[in-house]
Design a protein around this ligand. Structure first.
Ligand SMILES: NC(=O)c1ccc[n+]([C@@H]2O[C@H](COP(=O)([O-])OP(=O)(O)OC[C@H]3O[C@@H](n4cnc5c(N)ncnc54)[C@H](OP(=O)(O)O)[C@@H]3O)[C@@H](O)[C@H]2O)c1
Length: 299
């Protein structure tokens, strides 16, 4: 029996991956939150799972959470994570457990980008690649059995997170024009399916691999507005306006704007591959599919 620990199980990707894994034969889920309220919510959502409190700034709690665990999935949040503390703590706890056969780590790094390519201002945003270029070399050097899921594009949950409310209220896709780029979009459902697939596959199949998840098409904001308009049957206008983003992001707005200076440039050279479809044995979800199946978010 594999015991799979999800660090970040209350989050978007960790939660969806837990859903994919719940009830799978041969898997005992251990779901972690750093907060008692998070742990309780996980226990209610996943009654058959073990739930634990594990704070990756508290080495002892991580070591306890990893006891008896064979595989770990790690997703760290943007803006707040200090990877120079968190990743060494995770490595130390995994080594102390002695039972870890696979660590699956979510990253978002344009292939080839390293910490030395990034200014301190970008690294200080603790967002996207600015987190992961610190975590990955530490994991690479750890000697632990690691599999990376690399998502060097936008995850479709950005639509409900900071774009949908203004579409719903005013039929506007409002984002500052300086943050626009032709981006690949990958759905959170596909990422969770990939993570779950890897976490139940024979361990040797994915150790040492970096799976780069991409999309066959790129969209800028006006193109997303067109797609939304077509699917909603009403015009959706792109608007160069930072108001809705500022309202959603609150204190993180300035860091996000700095992050965009790097992100709008750094991901342009990522080329498409068929990894998502190959791993899942089905076509990947498109932005149009996502808008169709989440129509209620926009109307
Ligand atoms: N947005 C995009 O387009 C995009 C694209 C590519 C990659 N990404 C990457 O996706 C990741 C974010 O994924 P997500 O949205 O699924 O994350 P999320 O929803 O923000 O979840 C983060 C998780 O971290 C946990 N956490 C926070 N502090 C913790 C602590 N001290 N100890 C242990 N756990 C802690 C949280 O749980 P508790 O609070 O319950 O402890 C939560 O479950 C980031 O690394 C980002 O760079 C994003």
């Amino acid at each position: 029996m594999d015991r799979i620990l999800i660090l970040g199980a209350t989050g978007n990707l960790g939660g969806l991956t837990s859903e994919r894994l719940a009830g799978k034969g041969g898997v005992q889920l251990r779901l972690a939150s750093s907060r008692e309220a998070g742990r309780a919510a996980l226990q209610e959502r996943f009654p058959d799972a073990e739930t634990v409190i594990a704070d990756w700034y508290d080495a002892a709690s991580l070591e306890a959470a990893m006891q008896g665990v064979t595989r770990v999935f790690v997703v760290t949040p943007d803006f707040m994570t200090d990877e120079r503390v968190v990743t060494p703590n995770i490595i130390k706890a995994a080594k102390a457990a002695g039972s870890i056969a696979q660590i699956v780590r979510l990253i978002a790094i344009p292939p080839g980008l390293t910490e030395s390519d990034l200014s301190q201002a970008f690294l200080d945003t603790r967002c996207g690649a600015n987190l992961h270029v610190i975590a990955k070399p530490l994991l690479d050097a750890s000697g632990l059995p690691v599999t990376y899921i690399n998502v060097p594009g936008w995850i479709m949950f950005n639509l409900p997170w900071f774009l949908a409310p203004e579409v719903k209220a005013n039929r506007r896709l409002a984002m500052p024009a300086i943050t626009d780029a032709n981006r690949m979009w990958i759905s959170e459902g596909d990422i969770a399916d990939v993570a779950a697939t890897i976490l139940v596959a024979p361990i040797a199949d994915h150790i040492g691999k970096e799976h780069v998840l991409t999309a066959p098409a790129r969209y800028d904001y006006p193109a997303i507005a067109v797609l939304l308009g077509e699917e909603l049957g009403e015009d959706v206008a792109y608007a160069d306006d930072d108001g809705p983003l500022r309202a959603t992001m609150g204190e993180a707005f300035d860091a996000l704007m700095t992050y965009f200076e790097h992100e709008t440039q750094a991901y342009g050279g990522v080329t498409h591959n068929e990894t998502v479809a190959a791993l899942l044995g089905r076509p990947q979800e498109t932005v149009r599919d996502y808008i169709k199946s989440n129509r209620q978010l926009f109307v």
